[in-house]
Design a protein around this ligand. Sequence first.
Ligand code: NAD
Length: 386
Amino acid sequence: MATRRIGIIMNGVTGRMGTNQHLVRSIVALRNEGGVRLANGDRLMPDPILVGRNEEKLRALAKAHGIERWSNDLAACLANSEDEIYFDAQTTTRRVESVSAAIRAGKHIYCEKPTATDTESALALARQASAAGVKHGVVQDKLFLPGLMKLKRVIESGFFGRILSVRGEFGYWVFEGDWQEAQRPSWNYRQEEGGGIIVDMLCHWRYVLANLFGEIQSLSCLGATHIPERVDERGHTYAATADDAAYATFELEGGIVAHFNSSWCVRVYRDELLSIQVDGTHGSAVAGLRECKVQSRVNTPRAIWNPDVPNPIDFYASWQDVPDNEVFANAFKVQWELFLKHVVDDEPFAWDLLAGARGVQVAELGLRSWRERRWVDVPDLIDEAR
Ligand SMILES: NC(=O)c1ccc[n+]([C@@H]2O[C@H](COP(=O)([O-])OP(=O)(O)OC[C@H]3O[C@@H](n4cnc5c(N)ncnc54)[C@H](O)[C@@H]3O)[C@@H](O)[C@H]2O)c1
């Protein structure tokens, strides 16, 4: 059994997602496990170089995680043929330029979503990567959450009968930054910096819906900026120019109706920060990040509307937990492993830059629906980018 090295240029790794999910919980975790097991039994050892603007931060981050290489010169990193993969978790508006440069340098691409803030640019990236013959992937982490993997298992068992509807409730209260520090970066609330919950979340809902239930055929979306003023990381008050809540309805192929509320202005009264309820003719399920519960038609209590008496039924009691039945790893790490095997062993990997562009398309159409106050159809993005 041999160990093979793979060089990964990691850009934007000092940020929230870059540090926690991609560096620490994925690449460092894989290194600590002795790398990824390849088809022939060899181990593939990720060898990252951390790239960013701030030398001090990079040096400290590298040192904290036993990484030897860091740089603030992206062009020089891209020129190094020893590093085959470029990874990008920078703020969204910087993605296209850097990913495009990496494709020109012949690197395989793995990056955060959204891949761009407009469909045309996202599609252009997919086409460029495809024409260059490099491999490419986009983070679609929610698919690898234990709760959603269990939900997929329930769907595949035929439990639901005919699926009728999907309702997603996502969000939590993000502090305004005045008397308690905000939990999210301030650019999220500035449209001109690529912020906004529609751009952020609708691309997630697109791949969740497409992979579990069916492609979105049309949508209606109402956005809102509920909190017009926030306080940034340096204590400065700023105008929130981006939407901080989105109320979106989707019609899927097969007639399934899906509705997702996404909000950074909601106080949580549910089991998890994301909750997806699926109702079918023969049963229902409620899935979260880690858990999934089901109720079949034979366990369905007879509800009768009568507010004149105290509610006689414990509606929660007749739901059952779907067991784990397997060991779940961090969702980002699972997808990283699949991408690395795609690059080295040519294993299939469906979540590419075209899939990323489809997510951007749904977000862009969501913004248009809100602006024009109407339903919009979602045309199929031509497969020519594959
Ligand atoms: N998959 C998910 O669930 C998920 C969740 C949150 C965010 N994201 C996406 O991840 C990306 C990063 O989000 P985040 O919350 O980590 O943001 P962040 O602000 O914490 O980090 C952004 C990173 O980009 C770098 N950066 C910003 N401006 C730069 C510049 N001018 N030059 C060079 N580098 C620059 C920062 O130094 C930092 O490393 C965004 O595209 C976001 O949409 C994905």
